[in-house]
Structures are given as C-alpha cells and as structure tokens.
Design a protein around this ligand. Structure first.
Ligand code: U5P
Length: 473
C-alpha cells in the first residue's frame, strides 16, 4: 500500500483528517529526566488523541534540542504510535544527493517515518533519495509556510513560459507535483488565499497544513479553502493548542469536529453527496484514461457511434480501479448473494478489485471449454445452490451475459442479479429481463456527456445530438 493510500484509508475509516503535532517542551534537563518527561507527555497525548488523529507529526527540532536523550525520546515516542497510523517527521531537510541520502536513511530507515517534510529548494535530485525508498513513503515539500517573513521569498513573481507572472510558491507547487505521486505539499493554514490558489493548480495533491490554533489559523476557513472536492486532501496540523490543553483528547475532538463541519459544508456547497462525488470522479477518470472516447466509431453491429467505451483500460490506472471497485461495492449494498462472479475477460480485473475491496469471494466461468488439466467450466471454490452476483463491465445486448449465466446455472448455482459499471442503449435491459435477471448499472452512458461538456470536449450542439443518440441506440 502506498503512503497516500494508507493515509486515504485511515482518513476515510476514522472520519478525520487531523494531524496531531508532537512537539515536546519540557523543563527537565539531562541524565534521562528529559527523556522520561518527553515520553510521558507524548504517551498521554497519543493515547488521548488517537481516536481523532489521522496522523502524528513530531517536529525533530523539539527532540534534537535535548541532545542524544531527546533523540532517544523521539524513537521511543514513535514506538508508541500504532503502525497503522501514518507518522510524518517534520524535519524540513535537504542537501546535495549524497547528504540527502543520509537524511533519508536516518528519517525513513532509522526512525521509520512514513513521510517527511523537505525543502524542495535544491531541486528534484535532492528529493530523489527519499522518493527512491519506495512509494510506501511520502514527502511533503515546503510550498507556502506560516512564518511572518514567508512572503519575502515565496511571493516573488516568476515569469511563466507563456509570459504571464505568478507567485514563486505557485511555480514551486507546479514543479513539485511533477516529481510524482509520492509528493504532498506544505501549505500554510494561516493563508487561505494561498490554500485556494495552490488547490486550484494541484486539485489532487495532499496538503499538510500547519498554523491552526496557536499561530492564529482558523480550522473552518483553512479546510474550506484547501480541502479537495472529495472532502479529503488536507491535513490540518495542531501542535501546541492540543498539547498544552488541559485535556488534549477533548481539544483534539473539538478540532476534529470543526474540521468535519467544514468538510461537510464544502461538500454540500459543491451540491454533491459523497455518492455523487464518487460518480463524478469515476466518470471523469474514465474520460481521462480514454476508457470513454469521443469520435466516430463503427460498432460490432456495423452501426456508427459518436463515442466508444473500452473499460479494459481501467486496469492500467490503480487509483481509478480502486474507485470503480468502491462504485460496484456501493451498488451491491442490499443485494443478497454468497459470491461474485466476473465474466471474462473484461470483468476479471474489475471483479478481483471488488473482491479485494469488499472481502467477498470471487469465482469466474470459462467462456471457452478447457480441454486439459481440470477441465473446469468454473474457476474458484463454490457450492451448489449458492447465490452468485454476476459482474460485467458493460452491457449493450445480453448475449455474452446469457452464455455466462447458463454456465453458472448448469453448475447448480443461482443467478438472479447482474451488476455492470455502464449501460448503453436499451437492448441489454430488455435481454436481461427476458433471462429473468435484475440488471443494476452504476451509470448510463448518457451520464458521460455532461462531464464531457464540462471539460469542453464537446459543445452544446454535440451534447444535444449525443444525448439523442445515447437515448435511442
Ligand atoms: N510548521 C509550521 N509552519 C510551517 C511549516 C511547519 O508551523 O510553515 C510546523 C512547526 O514547526 C510546528 C508545527 O512543528 O508545524 C506547528 O505547531 P503549532 O503552531 O500548532 O504549535
């Protein structure tokens, strides 16, 4: 699992995006007393705030300042955090490649951080030693910081290749996200203008957003300005305001609640439910990966079509595949069945992804008879009389579905429902009715057309013509 997948799943499961800072400020000094006090303070914060924390962020400066025992306290603190919760070490390191390598070995191998903050100022090669550790690690690169003097450099005007000017921190954001999918950005929670501007150029990137509370940043404003359209993508960090509260757990809960209020408002402002957001993401993802194409195509039937659909391409985009699996899982709710079956070939990767998403076992029929080996017509384990939920990518007519249904029914399995991601035309639905199958489709092909218009791929006249075609074919 990549770092950002891990983060995404913790945030969804725990319904929080809160990053809890672990920046100890203790009075004890030397002979182990400081170490003990730091660890005890952090233990309490971790235990009390764990239900509200999406991740923890120790800033290494607050450990280094106590010398070797401070560093031992950091190591001990990290061992108190459950492995499934991401840990970000705020170190803001960088240097030339060979030195950056030593920093990477220290922070990712010795301290075992999941992610770190780095300065991108020295360029890509200084970040590579961190990226090369593998995508179970992430980096948050400084883009817009919270300190009062940040603007003197970060607001410098830079000329882009087209001649227009923009802030250096915006150019930095553009450059940094081109370094790959392991990159997140540090964007100040005290600067809602910057949050909005960076979000506009980096719609999918995760932001680490410090400055909430003690430095004056407001949770509601920061999250409203910086969170992604899907209500994720921002990690507002609070350190002092939680650590120094009488009851850190209570303070963390209050910040988490404010954060979720802001997310809910943002989502309702965009007029979409969470289901709607997923659908929009899937439809646009299918367009982007060219699973859905506009043009002039000749179909198997000989008919001309103004668009073409090839859902086999979904398997080449892991995050789209995972989102599609969640879409199928949403559609499965309320249906009664024992196993799922994917129709070869197109639905095999899709059904596999659905099985991984839901934990429901999968089988598949062989569409051509196997002459050797087991001679199985159905692969995977099943028992006679079990109910099978059939999955396919798309339905135009029912022909290939009926073949698969017959193979399953001949083996004594019960098939009553078919799930497809996309439905085109009207014939498929009629054929399924005739075969005694309930068809559940995630979307009709018509639903691509408005997103294509939104993305300026077609004009209003084409939109109307295509809607007519899709409704009648
Ligand atoms: N931090 C900032 N601003 C930045 C980048 C990082 O405050 O632009 C770090 C601080 O060094 C500290 C934490 O570790 O985030 C903020 O702490 P607090 O103000 O919530 O106590």
């Amino acid at each position: 699992m990549t770092f950002f997948e891990k983060l995404d799943s913790v945030c969804r499961e725990k319904e929080t995006l809160l990053c809890i800072g672990l920046d100890p400020r203790v009075k004890a000094k030397g002979s182990g007393a400081a170490m003990k006090e730091i660890v005890e303070q952090n233990r309490r914060i971790i235990e009390e705030t764990l239900p509200y924390a999406a991740c923890f962020k120790p800033n290494i400066a607050f450990y280094e300042v106590y010398g070797p025992e401070g560093l031992m306290a950091l190591k001990e603190t990290l061992s108190l955090i459950p492995r499934e919760i991401p840990v970000l070490i705020d170190a803001k390191r960088n240097d030339i490649g060979s030195t950056a390598q030593a920093y990477a070995d220290s922070l990712l191998d010795f301290y075992k951080a999941d992610a770190v903050t780095l300065s991108p100022y020295m360029g890509r090669d200084a970040v590579d030693p961190f990226l090369n550790k593998g995508d179970e690690h992430g980096v948050f690169l400084l883009c817009r910081t919270t300190n009062p003097g940040a603007g003197a450099i970060q607001d410098l005007q830079v000329q882009r290749s087209g001649g227009e000017h923009e802030d250096l921190y915006i150019s930095t954001a553009r450059e940094c996200i081109s370094w790959g999918s392991q990159v997140g950005l540090v964007v100040a929670g005290t600067d809602t203008v910057a949050l909005k501007k960076v979000r506009a150029v980096c719609p999918d990137t995760w932001f680490l957003t410090p400055g909430i509370g003690a430095q004056g940043g407001d949770m509601l404003e920061a999250v409203s300005a910086g969170c992604r359209a899907d209500g994720l993508g921002i990690l507002p960090n609070v350190s002092r305001s939680v650590a120094e509260a009488k009851e850190p757990g209570k303070a963390a809960k209050e910040y988490r609640d404010k954060l979720n209020d802001a997310r809910a408002k943002r989502v309702s402002v965009s007029g979409l439910s969470l289901k709607g957001i997923r659908k929009d993401k899937i439809m646009k993802g299918l367009i982007k990966t060219e699973c859905f194409r506009i043009g002039e195509f000749i179909l198997k039937s000989g008919k001309k079509s103004p668009f073409y659909i090839d859902l086999r391409r979904v398997s080449s985009d892991a995050s789209l595949l995972a989102e599609v699996a969640r879409g199928y899982a949403e559609l499965m709710k309320g249906l009664d069945f024992d196993r799922i079956a994917g129709i070869p070939i197109a639905a095999l990767p899709l059904a596999t992804a659905v099985s991984l998403e839901t934990g429901i076992p999968m089988i598949y029929p062989r569409m051509t008879m196997k002459e050797h080996g087991t001679g199985n017509r159905i692969e995977g384990e099943y028992k006679k009389g079990e109910k099978i939920l059939l999955l396919d990518d798309l339905i135009t007519t029912g022909k290939s579905k009926v073949e698969a249904i017959e193979i399953l029914r001949d083996a004594g399995l019960v098939v009553e429902d078919l799930l497809v991601l996309l439905e085109r035309g009207v014939q498929g639905r009629k054929d399924m009715e005739a075969a005694g199958i309930n068809l559940h489709s995630y979307a009709h092909v018509k639903e691509f057309l408005q997103p294509c218009r939104d993305l300026n791929m077609i004009d209003d006249v084409q939109l109307k013509d295509m809607l007519d075609f899709a409704g009648k074919e």
